[in-house]
Design a protein around this ligand. Sequence first.
Ligand SMILES: Cc1ncc(COP(=O)(O)O)c(C=O)c1O
Length: 480
Amino acid sequence: MSDEPSNADPGSPPQPDPGRWPLDDALLDRAHRHAVEWLGGVAERPIPPRAGVGEVMDALGRELPERGESAAAVVDRLAEGAEPGLIATGSPRFYGWVIGGTQPVALAADWLVSAWDQNAGLGIISPGLVAAEEIAGAWLLDLLGLPAESDVGFATGATTAQFACLAAARDEVLRRVGWDVEEQGLSGSPRIRWLAGAERHATMDLAARYLGLGAPTVVACDDQGRLRSDALESELARGEGPAIVALQAGNIHSGAFDPFAEACRIAHETGAWVHVDGAFGLWAAASPRLGHLTTGLADADSWSTDAHKTLSVPYDCGIAMVRDAAAMRRALSMQASYLQATEVGADPHERVAELSRRARGVPTWAALRHLGRAGVAELVDRLAGSARIIADGLGALPGVEVLNEVVFTQVCVALRDDPTTEALSRALWEDGEVLAMTSRWHDRSVVRFSVSNWGTDAAQARRTVAAVARVLDGLRSAAG
Ligand SMILES: Cc1ncc(COP(=O)(O)O)c(C=O)c1O
């Protein structure tokens, strides 16, 4: 028996010559054509997926084939099999969850990142892409008005960015009371008081859980979900010792921002570390018109955000920023003789919970380079302006109540009772022109419009209002 690969077996697909990229078989052109077809139709196609996971599994083929199929056939099978199961996040009338579309320049950069296939964990491996990420990190601090000395890590999303920031926080607040987490672990350590607002995002709890912090002490919020500084002050006064406080820039229902200046002052008086979750809302700081929402933001100790939300870069890209760079590196870095580290603290893997990593900050660099400071501000203003148009338009429709003060990109509406509100969300899903999901806020079912896609502008916002009015009319006629 020969050890030769079974390329010559009858029925096996032609394989590329090892060591030579098969540029002549137009495989990437094929993938490009599928992508262009999708992108060309994404603004007008019905937004929800037409097929569920099971149907797509059937279409893709559930059995592992004994013999493979040609690369071109695989690409076609993927595009054609998965397409009915895709949701049109790129539609300018997609308001589901808080998921943005992707800007063309960021998508193009992302394609290059895949083609280059770099492991951007270390500067020595890929100086080219690490350089682009370093620049993007510095630009982000500048745009968001955060301390220039902060360290920036590009993570997979806001959850893992929160994890990176809270890891730095946890280790540093314990270090200050003489406990070395890196050396001693957590068993027997002083207890950390961990506090967060009643309307924090659920992923704050998740990130804290990964780190052994347990559930937070809940701090009361006002009617818009803003943490109340007086409540924070009294919670902190109940105890002493190391503490971490999480604030929020952008409540997922109201879009509201916590009172950063006051809350940071109160927390810092007790020696607490303050983290800000600004998955979509941190970007308000980049807009001269909306920057007032983030007054005092820079007083915090760490910040997390997503580039795949407001900035509209492809999934995935979260960003962790920590003022005390040494604390971040102590918590997250590792060294090994085989790594040829650039210098301690200088490599990207030392700021996130990954060693090998995709250069996911590069599309962010491209988006920032393309938009410039003014373009980012315009993008943020456009999203918030579109939310305003949607709120005003929907609020003027009979029977529709806008429940939140629309300060940023979130609009929560309700009809006369929960079943009617939920029926609207279902009817929108079936109609397909606008996608907005239900949630519960302050004990009511709501339909939530999260404006989080670079393509949503005033015209699309007006079209959204018209589509919702049409769907509501349909519901009323059906109800007789
Ligand atoms: C305020 C807030 N924080 C955190 C997250 C988690 O972000 P990711 O899904 O990117 O991990 C989200 C996601 O919507 C969010 O809106």
